[in-house]
Design a protein around this ligand. Structure first.
Ligand code: URA
Length: 208
């Protein structure tokens, strides 16, 4: 199921990302800021365990995450979101999935996969700024499942109705958190109105 995380700050920051004139350093920073907002909502249901903690004045109840987060950016654009999640959960493990678009067939091709062993309380958090066709995300979900991950959630910044439909029909159990559901995909499978190529804008690799 796709959840759109509504927040005035997300809306304002998304506008900065959409603006073609936003320079790369500001774009990158804004990706991290939006990711932090969306992640707070996405991680709301994390399980905690209680322990005793001593303040300078008294002993009291304390809490730590029981779930073990495994953050999995889909290379390369997902890397732009990773630091924001590590700020929230510094003890998280990190895996990597490399998928690239085959521009002819528009299908993703796996070129890298390095994942930690899943534990009893592992929750894999797939991160990719753009849910477009859903093909890359479905490929990444299959890789996580075949590596033993049973609990998976997804954080994206923008989503298209086409990708939403693919993920919801194939993986009804997986929750996807996003900042906006845009109008459609264009003939090159870019999200419209979107923000262009997220990886190029995060890493400054746009052709002059
Ligand atoms: N990936 C991007 O970077 N942008 C899109 O619009 C779709 C997929």
């Amino acid at each position: 199921m796709l959840h759109i995380v509504e927040h005035p700050c997300i809306k304002a920051k998304l506008t900065i990302l959409r603006d073609r004139g936003t320079p790369c350093p500001r774009f990158r920073r804004c990706v991290q800021e939006i990711t932090g907002f969306i992640a707070c909502e996405a991680l709301r249901k994390l399980e905690l365990e209680e322990f005793r903690v001593e303040t300078p004045l008294a002993e009291t109840a304390g809490w730590r995450l029981r779930d073990e987060l495994v953050l999995v950016p889909i290379l390369r654009a997902g890397m732009g979101m990773l630091d924001a999640l590590l700020e929230l959960a510094p003890e998280a493990k990190v895996g990597f999935i490399g998928l690239e678009r085959d521009h002819a067939g528009k299908l993703p091709r796996e070129y890298y996969c390095k994942l930690p062993e899943p534990g009893e309380h592992s929750l894999a958090v797939l991160i990719d700024p753009m849910l477009a066709t859903g093909n890359s995300l479905a490929g990444a979900i299959e890789l996580l499942k075949s590596n033993g991950f049973r609990r998976i959630l997804v954080i994206t910044i923008l989503s298209a109705p086409e990708g939403k439909a693919v993920i919801e029909s194939r993986y009804p159990e997986i929750e996807v958190y996003t900042g906006s559901l845009d109008e459609r995909l264009d003939e090159n499978k870019y999200i419209v109105p979107g923000l262009g190529d997220a990886g190029d804008r995060i890493f400054g690799t746009i052709a002059p």
